[in-house]
Design a protein around this ligand. Structure first.
Ligand code: NAD
Length: 472
């Protein structure tokens, strides 16, 4: 078992010339992240480019085995990685947080190793057999956000490696250390230069996206950055998978029992202290259940401890960074000024630290209010009252994003009908945001395009090629 200190030492050594990284919960210094330059990026891409043919030539079975071995190594260092993730990202150890995230990393590696993408005969007639096969693309750029840095990182890395590509990873500047630590663990199972981390600012990220040797960009982050990446890729014509921002709606139908759904509803919205792309961010509740659902959520929220990241009892933690904290508190202040009802929470939990904000439920808001229309990406849920289900569906579909959506009801047939009308890449019934490594995940509209997970996810990091053969 690797210890936290050993892991950090292995990743950072004694160099203190980089960028200081601090714990969101306490402000304490964790270490200094390397600041890689444009020249470092150039050298990394050349090395990855040179390593790629050898990695591809190893063959699919050997690559799958390397992923399985990597999963074992992650499990062997899991507590050290959990501690680093909790310190750096801020998420607590327990609940759907740091241990859950590191567990998901090895699960995703194993499931990705076990996927089967066979050649497919697409035409077979008296003259011709045409077969579709999938080949590596080359060097993939994996650019990720700060909210689930390891899990989203492995979503990008694992399928890319499995398909015979080499990968340059550019983590968010807010969470570079845990991603670099993960890369160092994975590298024990991989040949040299197959997986390289570049720790740098947005400027180097932009150079990576535009680089002529990059064949594919896997990007998860904001819609604004997604647009810049599309522009950067005009020169290299890199293929793109863009998992961008969302503002997921949930609709509670009239026949719902609030007590039966409240736990899943709460965690659908507040997983990772609300800092989750496919979290429930706007809740539409039928007028007959409006106050009941609010009461149930308030009662449930009092049983969920907010506290320091390394405290075993915490289930909610700080907002990860000051910029996000200001977005969250600013949206709540704006709602208050517009006359919204702040049912619980509504002001910073200063006694815990500078970045702590409590669960905040905001009622009596309407579509068009910034707290409804803008992605809060924090522990705040606006709750909107509706009268007609069609009106709720219209409003749920109103915004130019569509990552996830949910419908809540005791009547599965009624819920399925509404699910069919919601415009999003994933729609859940009586849950929100639960992902499965075999179920394709991606957005529509401003939430991006391309699919991750499962066989579709493998196809997304491969070059399809059709071999046309005369019929023997
Ligand atoms: P961000 O867009 O600010 O940054 C994401 C990454 O892009 C970082 O590594 C950053 O350094 C890099 N970057 C910034 N500018 C770049 C450029 N011009 N070229 C190349 N790289 C560049 O996003 P964030 O604040 O880290 O993450 C929060 C956002 O991500 C939210 O909007 C959230 O909804 C979204 N998100 C989406 C998903 C999803 O699966 N759809 C998952 C998590 C987060």
């Amino acid at each position: 078992m690797t210890t936290y200190d050993e892991l950090l030492q292995r990743v950072l050594g004694d160099d203190t010339s980089g960028k200081p990284v601090r714990e969101p919960a306490t402000g304490e210094l964790i270490g200094y992240a390397p600041l890689h330059s444009a020249d470092d990026l150039e050298s990394a891409i050349s090395r990855a480019d040179r390593a790629q043919p050898g990695w591809a030539a190893l063959g699919d079975a050997a690559r799958a085995n390397a992923l399985r071995r990597a999963a074992d190594l992650v499990d062997g260092s899991s507590e050290a990685l959990v501690e680093l993730l909790a310190r750096e990202q801020g998420k607590p150890l327990n609940g759907p947080n740091a241990r859950f995230e590191v567990g998901a990393v090895s699960t995703w590696l194993r499931v990705t190793a076990d996927l089967q993408l066979d050649p497919q005969v697409v035409v077979e007639d008296e003259n011709l057999v045409a077969e579709l096969v999938y080949e590596p693309l080359g060097v993939v750029a994996a650019i990720g956000p700060w909210n689930w840095p390891l899990m989203i990182g492995i979503w990008q890395i694992a399928p890319s490696l499995r398909m015979g590509n080499t990968v340059i990873v550019k983590p968010s500047g807010y969470t570079p250390l845990s991603v670099l630590a993960l890369i160092s663990i994975l590298n024990e199972a991989l040949p040299a230069d197959v997986l390289i981390g570049i720790s740098a600012g947005r400027d180097v990220g932009a150079l990576l996206a535009a680089h002529r040797r990059i064949a594919k960009i896997m990007f998860t982050g904001s819609t604004a950055t997604g647009r810049s990446i599309i522009e950067s890729s005009a020169g290299n014509l890199a293929r793109l998978t863009l998992e961008l921002g969302g503002n997921d709606a949930g609709i509670v139908l009239p026949d719902t029992d609030p007590e039966a759904i409240v736990g899943d509803l709460f965690w659908g919205a507040f997983i990772n202290t609300g800092q989750t792309c496919a979290a429930l961010k706007r809740l539409y509740v039928h007028e007959s259940q409006y106050e009941n659902v609010i009461d149930a959520l308030v009662r449930f929220s009092t049983s969920v401890p907010l506290g320091p990241s390394l405290d075993e009892t915490s289930l909610l933690g700080p907002v990860q960074n000051q910029a996000q904290f200001e977005i969250v508190s600013g949206l709540v202040e704006d709602a208050r000024a517009r006359g919204a009802r702040i049912v619980t929470g509504g002001s910073p939990a200063k006694e815990l630290g500078d970045l702590f904000y409590p669960v905040t439920l905001v009622a009596d808001v309407t579509d068009g209010d910034p707290i409804v229309d803008e992605e809060q990406f924090g522990p705040v849920l606006p709750i909107i009252k509706y009268t007609e289900v069609d009106e709720a569906v219209r409003n749920a579909n109103r915004l130019n994003v569509g990552l996830g959506a949910s419908v809540w009801s005791s009547d599965l047939a009624a819920a399925s009908e509404v699910a069919g009308k919601l415009k999003a890449g994933s729609v859940w019934i009586n849950r929100h945001g639960t992902l499965h490594p075999l179920a394709p995940f991606g957005g529509v509209k401003g939430s991006g395009y391309g699919l991750e997970f499962g066989v579709d996810g493998l196809k997304a990091v491969a070059a399809p090629k059709v071999i046309h053969r005369p019929r023997a």
